[in-house]
Design a protein. Structure first.
Lengths: 114, 110
């Protein structure tokens, strides 16, 4: 079974803090993704990566950066957290398998910025 | 711009009834996925549909794909309370990304 893990289930940070969200997958997948999910707005793609040290902006990259130094690990960084970044953050990974790019999701991190 | 639209957005249905959730998309694709999300939880994969005419069934849920109509359906048979969740479809446009629908929140009541 594919396993995608995220470093924290719940996180509370103060405005202005630097925040690191970690994601690790164990299936040797090439692609990794960070989404945020807010009520009424569905899933919105922040950044994704299709290879080590490669990154691509998604739909809402402002205020975020990412790092992928190893294939299995993809980090989301909030350089200076703000209250409007309070959200559920979901990490996912995918690799081509039988013609499918199915994404596998981690358990999510609920971040509150006060 | 690629759009993936689900309807209805919210569905309240009685146990034992049947209903269908629709997922329409605006570009060519022959691969589509369905996910389930329970409140406060992450997304769980339900079905992977990889060709026109594909049909998959698991328990009371059945998903199908019509690539010519750019339509996928998720049919619920004899609903039970445990099916209460939000269901997302996601379209694969072969760029390593998936485009997610808005989600359908299903509530099954006795």
């Amino acid at each position: 079974d594919v396993k995608v893990t995220q470093s924290s289930r719940y996180l509370v940070k103060r405005t202005g803090e630097k925040v690191f969200l970690e994601c690790v997958q164990d299936m040797d997948h090439e692609n990794m993704f960070w989404y945020r999910q807010d009520p009424g707005l569905g899933l919105r793609l922040i950044y994704f990566s299709y290879d080590v040290k490669m990154k691509e902006k998604g739909d809402i990259p402002e205020g975020y950066s990412v790092s992928r130094e190893k294939k299995e690990r993809f980090s989301l960084i909030l350089e200076s957290a703000s209250t409007n970044q309070t959200s559920m953050y979901l990490c996912a990974s995918s690799g081509v398998s039988g013609g499918s790019y199915e994404q596998y999701f981690g358990p999510g991190t609920r971040l509150t910025v006060t | 711009e690629l759009k993936v639209e689900q309807n209805p957005l919210f569905l309240s249905m009685q146990e034992g009834k049947n209903y269908t959730i629709y997922c329409n998309y605006s570009t060519t694709s022959d691969r589509l996925y369905w996910y389930r999300q329970d409140p406060g939880k992450s997304l769980e994969s339900l079905f992977v549909l990889l060709s026109n005419g594909a049909v998959k069934q698991e328990g009371r849920l059945m998903a199908s794909l019509d690539t010519k109509a750019r339509l996928s359906t998720l049919h619920i048979t004899a609903a039970v309370h445990d099916l209460s969740a939000t269901y997302f479809c996601a379209v694969d446009i072969k760029t390593d990304k998936l485009i997610f629908g808005t989600g359908t929140r299903l509530q099954v009541f006795p």
